[in-house]
Design a binder for this molecule. Structure first.
Ligand code: F0G
Length: 357
């Protein structure tokens, strides 16, 4: 049959697996590329904007693409446990794929700074969840140190198989559009995903599957924007907790590819990020988490200013599902649309008439 069984099986010719490799998969990848219909009209610009909705992966983020590869290889190499530091999505993916593989997952997360859905995932999938009194960057250093002495495989994006899996998102985009976009915009934390996408686009270009390469544009949250500051940020802060990272692990590669591709880095305020998240949900029906909205928010700003010219074809990666972070969503929409009324016909009818006026 032609049942979709995940990205390793689909792209095995482009990935470091053999016919004997036992694949640890949950059917990840093959996510929708949605063309925006209302936002280009709203901003009055002639552009094609597509959003790659990675929030529809099995654990709700793009991390599943990397994790299927990392855990597949860890198991192939005989590992019985994996470990990561995480702002929440990597830990959710690690926990799920470890459960699938029947190995242990240890996850280090910053106490009080991960979205509720992500914490629920780590716990529900049965990861040994270590909340640290510290941030992601401190967790990352601890993971590197402990993995040198303990029988655990690191599955953060410094694990090379992670980026191998994640590059397949670029393959899917080129196949679906029939070309590479002019601009590809992503939110940037550790800068692993922007690096993986560039790998994917470059490989397909070299094989003659696309005629061009996109300009790669990375957006950070202003309080966590080391690429804009020219070096690590000691105490990163942002409402977009997924990208609350001050010391990106893929600094050199990301810095180079941004230059080579003709792209750039930029930053958004928390308010701009939340505005973009709400705009996308309320005008297009697509709910992403705050960090993900940085790609669209940044792209819209650059389209309005003309930095991204009219006539461009733009892909924005929506890295995670909006359901991951219900607290932030409810917190910013409450006054606008939430009303409490009596269970009474008149009040329901009045509410409808009021809203339709
Ligand atoms: N968007 C979301 C929703 C993320 O979870 C992350 C990273 C990024 C963007 C940034 O991607 O690090 O490759 O530049 N989350 C990691 C985690 C750090 O632990 O879940 P990047």
């Amino acid at each position: 049959g032609n049942r979709y069984t995940g990205l390793i099986n689909k792209y095995r010719d482009h990935l470091p697996v053999s016919d004997d490799t036992r694949l640890i998969s949950l059917g990840e990848g093959n996510t929708p590329l949605i063309k925006l219909q209302n936002i280009p009209r709203l901003i009055g610009k002639n552009v094609d904007i597509y959003v790659k909705y990675e929030g529809l992966n099995p654990t709700g983020s793009f991390k599943d693409r990397g994790m299927t590869m990392a855990v597949t290889k860890a198991v192939e190499e005989g590992s019985k446990a994996i470990i990561c530091a995480s702002t929440g999505n990597t830990s959710a993916a690690a926990a799920a794929y470890a459960a699938r593989a029947g190995i242990k997952a240890f996850v280090l997360i910053p106490e009080g700074k991960i979205a509720m859905g992500k914490l629920a995932q780590a716990m529900m999938y049965g990861a040994i969840t270590l909340q640290i009194r510290g941030n992601f960057d401190e967790g990352m250093e601890l993971v590197k140190q402990v993995a040198a002495h303990a029988p655990v495989t690191i599955v953060n994006s410094i694990n090379p198989y992670r980026l191998q899996g994640q590059k397949t998102a670029a393959f899917e985009i080129v196949e679906e559009l029939g070309f590479a976009p002019d601009f590809h915009c992503l939110p940037v934390g550790n800068a692993g995903n922007i690096t993986a996408h560039w790998m994917g686009y470059t490989e397909y270009h070299e094989r003659g599957f696309s005629n061009s390469l996109p300009k790669m544009v990375g957006y950070q949250a202003a309080g966590s924007a080391p690429f804009m500051r020219g070096g690590p940020v000691a105490n990163p802060e942002t409402v977009a907790t997924a990208i609350r990272i001050g010391n990106p692990q893929s600094w050199d590669k990301a810095w180079d590819l941004q230059k080579v591709s003709g792209g750039w880095f930029d930053e958004l305020s928390d308010q701009e990020i939340l505005d973009a998240q709400r705009l996308l949900a309320q005008t297009e029906g697509v709910f992403c988490e705050p960090a993900s909205a940085a790609s669209l928010g940044g792209a819209l700003r650059d389209i309005k200013s003309g930095k991204i010219p009219e006539g461009s074809k733009i892909v924005c990666t929506l890295t995670g599902n909006g359901l991951k972070d219900p607290d932030t969503a409810i917190g910013q929409c409450q006054n606008a649309v939430l009303k409490t009324i009596d269970a009474e016909l008149g009040q329901v009818r009045d509410s409808i008439l009021q809203a339709m006026n």
